[in-house]
Design a protein around this ligand. Structure first.
Ligand code: 26W
Length: 822
């Protein structure tokens, strides 16, 4: 009984091989003899894409027909990481495809390595958005992600002479097999110009926006598969293109160059991702990016409802729109404009719909990250929106006056317009006023929001505030990135944990099983060996898998305190220099992370780490004891190698500064123990894994603010702590800079004269804690035990749990089953 499977959908091994060779021939126009690795990657990508189209189109059709309530996740960033491996996992085709490739003499691992990842985000916020759309699909929730198709994503990092150098990320160079352009669904977005008031045929006061320019938005769709479900949701990213229609001739009569120039100006909007993390810059193009994708997305939602014959009166019943930080917050004004000006709603009705539609997630307390746009710039780009914001503000301030009479300072603080000097539009204030829900991303963060940054809004609207602790997807960050560990776990407790991460608890039954502990340790050692091999090949540095892998991988920022970690390394170095026979626990310090190109201090921290590495790695006294490696170009793909190999995860931000952290979760689910402060989600991780399985140090958030209020003086610590003094003096003496005392002076001065992030105050506690880590690592049995408990107790930190919280407390969107006929 021979069954011939379809070339596009069949999943038996022979069909897969035939389909792969077909795609190589008919899409890449190659045969094996002349194929490059990339040709093979592309052929495989198309083979996998064919096999997900059924689900994608059936999902789309189901949503079109049933018109279910839908989550729209608006985010300026989606840090997706490579698609191929993840899609293979979610389709359940990983092993059969691996075998098919082997039969053809190819290695799946090599092909996966070929994929250039879409780096359409900076760090935590963008990666969180990617985890959330994964979980939405896995939980079978009707959802769509809306964002920007940057032509250049986050820059590639190179290190030259120890310094970071930025290279443009040409991720689309070889084409993108995962996206489908939908030019037929393009929309227009207006900018600039002026508004005109008029009375319409019903005698009603209306406003018309006469723009200066119009830009086209073209959607590019990428399927987002759920894990072992039929659901494949859509990520819709917008690309800016020039309009042909809009008055080009009138504007540029005979001016051919001018017209072409104007075209490239329009297309600039989606050229490049701004590489700033946690620091806002009032750049006009960034505001244009934000409005561009927001306007496209809202028009798209409205158009969809019209196709479905739904009335816009029910917009808020049909869509729950999540604002990922304030970046898409101009949506509050744009939805109002669309309802008022384009669809003829009156103010009260439009405002009722708007404020029942949006929910706002805040991701940071750092004042330098809060977006505010100069009123002049805002008004000249969006004259209609500024008027709408004035109206929102005036009605809002009336409400405040009623609730808090005669409290003028409160009005000043809460106003959407900052009038303390040059005038600004405050986006967080607009988000709070225009949303029905406001959440922080970890318990501490949500509490601090209520107590500090958003305190006034909390007093005004306490019912809007909630917490949703972040989570990460175990599909990418365990199953795909750490197959050895995943297979070991599954061999013991079955595979239900992949969808129901709380099931990892069952591992605790195997704690007393010596054999399991042995296997668990063996897996960790093998994964460390993998990373060691990789580092050997790419950096020509030998690291010892038996040493403790101590890893800090995240964006470089003073508040994250990579330089505190550096002070620890220098301290160990000094101890060994003073006593060459000292019995130390061998450690390999690994760092990874990008600095914002304009963030001088962060770049100097990278240079410092590389300079310490130069000294430590070449000093014979350090051999087999200390190694330091800065891993270049840390991105999602690299992260997937790094998390599984860690023994120790560095989560050492100044308490109160890291909103949540998500790397902390990824390390811990792969069995790393955490050394960390009581900050962000560290607190909840420690609660979950048990305090005896977590290395805690440092001041609490409350102690930090008290210390600052009391007049913190870093010199007190410097003068009274000889090891600290010696470590800092090593840097300032020029010991790590070929005798140049000036190189790191700005860094040293920042510590001695300001120390905004209290490194000196936390130094002693950190060092003592690290000494306990070194002791603990020597007791292998104990360490493995703690490591297993870290994995077993990570259920809470699945993004499936986070999404369930959003669904229950904010979105209230039911799941929808998708049928895929055979
Ligand atoms: C306007 C410039 C700018 C750009 C990006 C300001 C702020 C951002 C993001 C909010 C920075 C960010 O990624 N924040 C991180 O968000 C993660 C997901 O919630 C948290 O886990 C991190 O703690 C937080 O730093």
């Amino acid at each position: 009984n021979i069954q011939i499977e379809d070339d596009r959908t069949g999943i038996n091994i022979e069909t897969l091989k035939r389909a792969f060779l077909d795609n190589l021939f008919y899409i890449q126009a190659k045969f094996p003899k002349i194929s490059t690795k990339n040709d093979y990657y592309m052929a495989l990508a198309y083979t996998v894409r064919d096999r997900l189209l059924n689900r994608w189109l059936n999902t789309t059709e189901t949503y079109l027909e049933k018109a279910p309530r839908t989550v729209a996740y608006l985010s300026a960033e989606f840090l997706l990481g490579p698609h191929l491996g993840n899609n293979l996992i979610n389709l359940g085709l990983y092993n059969v495809v691996k075998q098919a490739m082997e039969d053809l003499g190819l290695s799946l691992t090599d092909l996966l390595e070929q994929e250039e990842e879409p780096g359409l985000g900076n760090g935590g916020l963008g990666r969180l958005a990617a985890c959330y759309i994964d979980s939405l699909a896995t939980l079978e929730i009707p959802a769509i992600g809306y964002g920007i198709r940057y032509e250049y994503g986050i820059f590639d990092q190179e290190i030259k002479d120890g310094w970071q150098v930025e290279i443009t990320d040409k991720w689309l160079r070889y084409g993108n097999p995962w996206e489908v352009a939908r030019p037929e669904a393009e929309l227009e977005v207006k900018f600039g110009g002026h508004t005109e008031d008029f009375i319409d045929e019903h005698g009603r006061y209306r406003v018309k926006w006469i723009p200066f320019k119009v830009v086209k938005g073209v959607p590019y769709d990428t399927p987002i598969l759920g894990f072992q479900t039929n659901t494949a949701n859509t990520l819709r990213l917008w690309k800016a293109e020039a309009t042909e229609s809009f008055d080009f001739e009138a504007f540029n009569k005979g001016d051919y160059f001018g017209a072409v120039h104007e075209k490239s100006e329009s297309e600039n909007i989606t050229k490049v991702l701004y590489p700033n993390d946690e620091s806002y810059e009032g750049k006009q193009l960034r505001l244009e990016q934000q409005f561009f994708f927001v306007s496209c997305s809202l028009q798209d939602m409205i158009r969809m409802m019209q196709v479905q014959n739904l009335t816009l009166e029910r917009f808020h019943e049909h869509y729950a729109i999540q604002l990922n930080d304030t970046h898409p917050t101009i949506a509050v004004a744009e939805l109002m404009r669309l309802l008022l000006d384009e669809h003829g709603f009156d103010w009260d009705k439009a405002w009722n719909i708007t404020t029942k539609t949006f929910a706002y997630t805040n991701h940071t307390l750092l004042p330098e990250a809060l977006e505010r746009w100069s009123l002049n710039m805002f008004g000249s780009l969006f004259p209609r929106h500024l008027k709408i914001i004035y109206e929102i503000n005036s009605r809002f301030l009336d409400e405040v006056r009623i609730k808090f009479p005669d409290d003028f300072d409160r009005l000043r603080r809460m106003s959407i317009i900052d009038e303390s000097g040059e005038r600004y539009v405050r986006m967080a204030n607009l988000a709070c006023v225009g949303s029905f829900a406001i959440n922080g991303v970890a318990e501490l963060h949500s509490e601090l929001l209520k107590k500090t940054t958003l305190h006034d809004f909390y007093e005004m609207y306490p019912e809007k505030f909630t917490n949703v602790t972040n989570g990460v997807t175990p599909r990418r960050f365990m199953v795909l990135s750490n197959p050895r560990l995943a297979n070991l776990i599954t061999s013991k407790i079955g595979d239900s944990w992949v969808k129901n991460l709380d099931d990892l608890r069952k591992l605790e039954n195997f704690l007393y099983d010596t054999n399991f502990r042995k296997e668990f340790h063996k897996v960790k050692q093998e994964v460390k060996q993998d990373l060691a091999n990789y580092i050997q090949t790419s950096y020509n540095i030998t690291i010892d898998p038996n040493s403790l892998f101590d890893i800090q991988a995240k964006r470089i920022h003073e508040y994250k305190r990579q330089h505190l970690n550096a002070l620890h390394i220098i301290t160990l170095y000094n101890r060994i220099k003073a006593n060459p026979n000292l019995d130390v626990t061998p450690r390999t310090f690994l760092f990874g992370g990008k600095a914002a190109p304009g963030y001088y201090m962060a770049k100097l921290i990278i240079k410092l780490i590389n300079s310490i590495a130069d000294v430590v790695n070449t000093d014979p006294d350090m051999r087999d004891r200390l190694k330091v490696v800065f891993l270049t170009d840390y991105n999602v793909k690299f992260a997937q190698r790094v998390y599984p190999a860690a023994d120790l995860s560095e989560q050492i931000s100044t308490a109160g500064k890291e909103a949540s952290g998500t790397g902390n979760m990824k390390f811990s689910m792969n069995g790393a123990l955490t050394i960390g402060t009581l900050d962000g989600a560290n607190i909840e991780i420690r609660e979950a894994v048990g305090e005896e399985n977590f290395f805690l140090f440092g001041l609490t958030a409350q102690e930090v603010s008290q210390k600052k209020a009391a007049g913190y003086n870093p010199w007190d610590y410097y003068n009274s702590n000889p090891e600290l003094k010696l470590a800092i003096d090593r840097i300032s003496s020029g010991f790590f800079s070929h005798g140049d005392p000036n190189l790191f002076k700005p860094l040293v001065d920042s510590l001695l004269y300001r120390d905004d992030y209290l490194l000196l105050a936390d130094y002693q506690s950190y060092i003592e804690c690290q000494d306990r880590v070194s002791q603990a690592y020597r007791d292998r049995e104990k360490w493995v035990w703690m490591s297993i408990l870290n994995v077993a107790r990570m259920g809470k930190f699945s993004s499936d749990r986070s999404i369930s919280d959003y669904l229950k407390n904010i979105w209230k969107v039911p799941s929808v089953k998708v049928d895929v006929p055979e």
